[in-house]
Ligand binder design. Structure first.
Ligand SMILES: Nc1ncnc2c1ncn2[C@@H]1O[C@H](COP(=O)(O)OP(=O)(O)OP(=O)(O)O)[C@@H](O)[C@H]1O
Ligand SMILES: [Mg+2]
Length: 370
């Protein structure tokens, strides 16, 4: 069984390198000084994994950038779960960094975040177990060589962390194929009369979206095999501004966008607009507003600002202005033209317009339409 070989060089010019590639130097610096006990098969101790995620400084002075910004406890519970025989289920509303955290956990623990199964309504059991190279299967009959392992089977063999994205979008019978994997730590191959046995270090991280609840709920048998960690929406506006500015910076660097200084004012405003519309009340608690149908997640705020920066850098004067974020904000808010259009219009007139220091934003938003 061989690992998938990338079709093109995956390090030099990949549009989006994997976490273990982007942060190889950080992981190496942490590993070098890491004298705490490592669970079998782990390349770092749980303590060092948490430091990789939360940021800080390695013993040799290497700066560790924070990946997850939020409660330390959330990260500690997630990491320590993976050191037990229970799998980890990350749930939360859209854009709360479930996918992001799971990628970085796999990168820090196993040095490989690519053993991934994407859950959809069409995911088949083979995606969790194994399939066959049919040319060989027909020519030679079932054999080890004709077997094509799933990412999960590969992770079992290597003692690595596997990931399942959007677990609850998969049909329930497909989800249940995970039960044997998680409880017996084996995957029987009936056709060969053999089984794949998980090596130490194997575990699984699944993500599920709160909004999908009820689509294909987890069976209780499967749920019992997971420790659930809920990723919260950022507590305060400051936390969210912090997340957005850091991620926008990192994204700008990885996309080689020209630098746009002093974008903090617009970031604050985008975050404030999103938070107020999400919560249905202004930050000062004085005015009730209606909430639109979209989620207005932190992730969407990040992309509104990143798009704004691309606009400012290439077509503006190199500074982020309200005009660069206005259409992005409107696009995120107005998902349904009729009902959300009304919500947005009302918010513009009753909140944005009333703030003296937001006049320029009001004008920019009016220009892109209501
Ligand atoms: N607390 C946070 N710390 C760091 N980054 C965050 C945080 N919250 C959101 N992000 C950023 O938001 C972006 C989107 O996150 P991600 O795709 O992981 O969300 P998700 O929870 O998987 O959403 P979905 O349910 O839509 O799949 C990422 O770029 C991530 O860096
Ligand atoms: Mg996700």
């Amino acid at each position: 069984m061989t690992a998938a070989t990338p079709l093109a060089s995956s390090t030099t010019e990949a549009l989006r390198p994997h976490a273990e590639q982007t942060y190889a130097a950080e992981i190496e610096a942490l590993a070098k000084a890491d004298d705490r006990q490592r669970p079998p098969g782990w390349q770092l101790s749980p303590w060092a994994v948490a430091q990789y995620l939360l940021g800080g400084q390695a013993a040799d002075g290497t700066e560790i950038t924070p990946k997850y910004i939020g409660a330390r406890r959330v990260v500690e519970v997630a990491v320590s779960t993976l050191a037990t025989d229970r799998a980890l289920l990350l749930i939360g509303v859209p854009g709360t960094a479930k996918t992001w955290l799971s990628e970085h956990l796999a990168a820090a623990i196993s040095g490989d975040s690519t053993l991934l199964v994407q859950g959809t309504a069409g995911t088949a059991e083979e995606a969790i177990r194994y399939s066959w190279n049919y040319a060989r299967l027909l020519a030679e009959g079932p054999s080890e060589e004709a077997l094509v392992p799933s990412p999960i089977m590969t992770a079992m063999g290597r003692g690595s962390v596997a990931r399942v994205e959007e677990l609850t979008r998969m049909p329930s019978d497909v989800q249940d194929a995970l039960i044997t994997v998680l409880s017996e730590k084996t995957l029987p191959v009936a056709e060969l009369g053999t089984e794949a046995q998980a090596q130490r270090g194997f575990n699984l991280i699944a993500t599920a979206n709160d909004r999908d609840r009820g689509v294909n709920d987890l069976s209780s048998a499967l749920r019992r095999r997971f420790n659930t960690v809920v990723l919260p929406v950022p507590d305060s506006a400051e936390d969210e501004v912090d997340i957005v500015s850091r991620r926008v910076e990192q994204l700008g660097r990885s996309l080689d966008l020209p630098r746009v200084p002093e974008s903090i004012t617009e970031i604050r405003r985008v975050v404030t607009v999103f938070r107020e519309l999400r919560s249905g009340v202004t930050e000062d608690g004085q005015t009730k507003v209606k909430s639109p149908s979209g989620t207005l997640s932190t992730a969407e705020a990040i992309s509104v600002v990143t798009n704004g920066i691309a606009l400012a850098a290439h077509f503006g004067d190199g500074r982020l202005s309200p005009g660069d974020v206005a259409s992005g904000i409107r696009g995120a808010v107005v998902q349904d033209r009729v009902s959300d259009g009304v919500v947005w219009d009302e918010y513009l007139e009753t909140v944005v317009r009333e703030r003296a220091e937001w006049r320029d934003l009001y004008r920019a938003c009016r220009e892109v339409g209501a």
